[in-house]
Design a protein around this ligand. Sequence first.
Ligand SMILES: Cc1ncc(C[n+]2csc(CCOP(=O)(O)OP(=O)(O)O)c2C)c(N)n1
Ligand SMILES: [Mg+2]
Length: 323
Amino acid sequence: MDDVSFRRLHRSMLLARRIDEEAIALQRQGVLPAYAPAKGQEAAQVGSAAALDLTRDFAFPTYRELGVAVAMDVDLVAYLSTHLNIWHGGMYDSQAARLAPFNAVVGGPVTHAVGWAMGAKLDETGGAAITYFGDGASSQGDVHEAMNFAGVYRLPVVFFCQNNGWAISVPTTQQVAGGSVAARAAGYGLEGVRVDGNDVEAVFEATRAALDRARDGGGATVIEAMTYRLGPHSTSDDPGRYRSLADERAWSERDPIARAARRLPEVEVAEAERHADEVVEQVRKGLLELTPRPAEELFSFVYREPTTALLEQQRVWKESLDV
Ligand SMILES: Cc1ncc(C[n+]2csc(CCOP(=O)(O)OP(=O)(O)O)c2C)c(N)n1
Ligand SMILES: [Mg+2]
């Protein structure tokens, strides 16, 4: 990888870390109702998303994909507005950003990505989907059905699992029988790859190869990025109740950002820090300035054409306002 590309990956990871810290601070200050920290997973998220071709690919994130949004250059105020709970989802244009609204249903984005990939194949767009999911999500029935479907129809999709060691308080060892998510790919006729999820360049290369293969009609790949969630599951969680500090410290030593920074001149790291500080300030200001949306929008954009049931709900809601 050339220096410019590597610098860009480091810059995105650092920005993701700083915004993540700011989001936690905003939650503690009562601005965001809740937040799911991504600390420690920046290499997996940024490395994979940076490999996308934004003119034709599409990403389907979970609730923990801030680094993906950063790497895809999504407007971060609009992205984080999802956590403010003032609208259906993030207030960015998903179609333009190539990033679906994030999905809090465990395993949910996986089926969406496979459906999108089916459409891309039928329409011959040449694009590929990437779907994010966790080690915990890999136990969901939906994920297995989606992988089988992708295998049967040879769909252009990359199943990107961030194995961060935990599904809230349940360790991977207690729910991934066989010890590997990537190994399951073989059963569905898919490629399976395990990668060091804290090595941003390795993640980028593995994802780029999988996307190329998908776009060339070679079928889907399961990538299992081995990483660690350094923070709590969410701002309501206390990891001290189920894991040791020694474990967290050991993984902190493998921090993906410090690791990337060691390959860069100090002056570039300082410049990336300065840039991150500037963006954090803008994002904080932007989020604080957001105001609630018109309540009527609760009914907009749910379906392309509203269903009879939805129109009926809207009517009842309007009536209740008149009382
Ligand atoms: C279908 C469904 N079941 C349960 C939950 C509650 N829940 C939220 S996150 C989570 C754990 C997910 O773990 P993993 O897939 O490893 O992702 P991570 O949170 O570690 O990124 C669970 C069980 C949910 N949101 N959706
Ligand atoms: Mg997990």
